[in-house]
Design a protein. Structure first.
Ligand code: BES
Ligand code: MN
Ligand code: MN
Length: 456
């Protein structure tokens, strides 16, 4: 009988075709018109988990998109792993910047291009294929106990899974969680992520006149909500990127000297990052902090869009009655989302220009997290990664957020191993998202080896 890794190697062409089938489903969780597609992706995963031999496979319905659950709990005396992933994706726009359509997965120079290729369908599917390979090589058994939980709302804040974890911790009882939804620090450099930023995502709605007005007839007398938002936003940060919300930094923890030292030893080329990854003339942010510190260990504030008014081609002379700004903040340990939002809301309200009504809303939030590295599961991960990649693991943090990881710690009281195989140039959330196929393969082998190591 082949080993699990040998089985996977033989089946890679089929694994890739299956992944493409999943990537063709436009499961964009934030767009109501894709609700049916999100469900179709969930149902496809239910069918696949059943097919490979998982048990108790089902959809868990909630207020939003369904969760997918399955387990296999017959490895007596062995640890239980909770495998987490998300099958929803970000919207694909701007469409005209894609070299091949976002939902027609296309292979080019060793990569598979599609929305969700790496975030997170491709990475989540590595877990499924690692489990399939282990079942095949171990006579229909696994070397450890497994629960799989997949969500369809990660990209919109993950409310359903958070509620499920809070209300039914016993149904997800495990010794640790495995999440593959992060990046490697550099190609060929096996990486375990040990920290994620939290976030609060907000909207500021500004209202002026009771209806849209002719800007010639009323300009000079009627308040303009866009100008009001611009004035407010301009006071959220100073020109160095320092956030001006009173109290905002009070709980911010400095990374430990050991962590800072390890970060300084990572192979980071700031000029390459500026020119090739970011592609801007200059990098911005707080003076006195490295790029790594600014993106992993400092809170930030960004504006994502300002819907409202006239945005079509050409010109329309209107004073819009209302305008909205979508503003988010990334949080770091030990900031608390509810407190940060309260500080932000009262500051924004204090900046309200004359004649404007404001509504400051929280859309979603998630806790920042740092996971300890001193546990048997992280050690098993580094052993497995060494075997597959033939290099020592680097520990990094991620600037992004995966809200449920904090809940795993808080409500399930388990550590999470964040073992991701994305690359820095994978274009997450952007046009031409890709997954490097070699990483898909070696990711599967890493997960197989990790599970075998944990089950030893
Ligand atoms: N997989 C990402 C988060 C990520 C990416 C972490 C790279 C570390 C490195 C996740 O799907 C994501 O995009 N999360 C959102 C969360 C939000 C919508 C609550 C994010 O970070 O914007
Ligand atoms: Mn993700
Ligand atoms: Mn994402």
């Amino acid at each position: 009988m082949p080993t699990a890794v040998e089985y996977a190697r033989k089946e890679y062409p089929r694994f890739v075709e299956e992944l493409k089938t999943l990537l063709r489903i436009p499961s964009v969780s934030t767009l109501p018109e894709h609700k049916g597609d999100v469900r179709r992706a969930a149902e496809a995963l239910v069918a696949e988990l059943k097919r490979i031999g998982m048990e108790n496979v089902r959809l868990i319905e909630g207020a939003g998109h369904p969760l997918v659950y399955g387990d296999w709990l017959h490895a007596d005396g062995k640890p239980t792993c909770l495998c987490y992933g998300h099958y929803d994706v970000q919207p694909p726009d701007p469409l005209d910047e894609w070299l091949s359509p976002p939902f027609e997965p296309t292979e080019r120079d060793g990569n598979i291009y599609a929305r969700g290729a790496v975030d997170d369908k491709g990475q989540m599917y590595m877990h499924v294929k690692a489990l399939e390979s282990l079942f095949a090589a171990h006579d229909g058994k696994l070397p450890l106990n497994i629960r799989v939980i997949l969500e369809g709302e990660e990209e919109v804040g993950g409310e359903s899974i958070a509620k499920f974890v809070r209300e039914h911790p016993e149904q997800l009882k495990a010794d640790f969680a495995l999440v593959s939804d992060t990046e490697m620090f550099a190609p060929e450099l096996p990486t375990v992520c040990v920290g994620l930023r939290g976030m609060i995502y907000t909207e500021i709605e500004a209202r002026g006149a009771k209806t849209d007005l002719h800007s010639g007839i009323y300009g000079g007398a009627a308040p303009n909500p866009f100008v009001a938002l611009a004035q407010i936003i301009a006071q959220l940060k100073d020109k160095d990127g320092q956030i001006l919300i009173p109290g905002f930094y009070d709980r911010v923890q400095k990374p430990s000297p050991d962590e800072l030292k390890a970060w300084r030893n990572l192979p980071f080329d700031e000029e390459y990052y500026r020119n090739t990854e970011v592609g801007s003339t200059q990098l911005t942010g707080e003076p006195g902090y490295s790029v790594i510190e600014r993106t992993w260990a400092r809170p930030t504030l960004d504006v994502h869009g300002m819907p409202g008014g006239f945005t079509g081609a050409g010109a329309k002379t209107v004073i819009p009655a209302k305008a909205v700004a979508k503003v988010s903040m990334r949080l770091v340990p030990d900031m608390e989302p509810q407190e940060a939002f309260a500080q932000y809301k009262s500051y924004v309200e204090s900046l309200k220009p004359a004649g404007i009504e404001l509504d400051v809303r929280l859309i979603h939030s998630g806790d920042p997290i740092v996971v300890g590295t001193d546990n048997a599961y992280i050690r098993a991960a580094t052993v497995a990664l060494k075997q597959v990649w033939n290099k020592e693991t680097v520990f990094i943090r991620g600037g992004g957020s995966i809200p449920i990881v904090g809940d795993f710690e808080r409500h399930l009281k388990i550590p999470t191993v964040l073992m991701g195989f994305g690359l820095p140039d994978d274009n997450l959330h952007a046009p031409n998202e890709k997954f490097h196929l070699a990483n898909f393969y070696r990711g599967i082998e890493s997960i197989i080896t990790f599970f075998e190591e944990v089950g030893k």
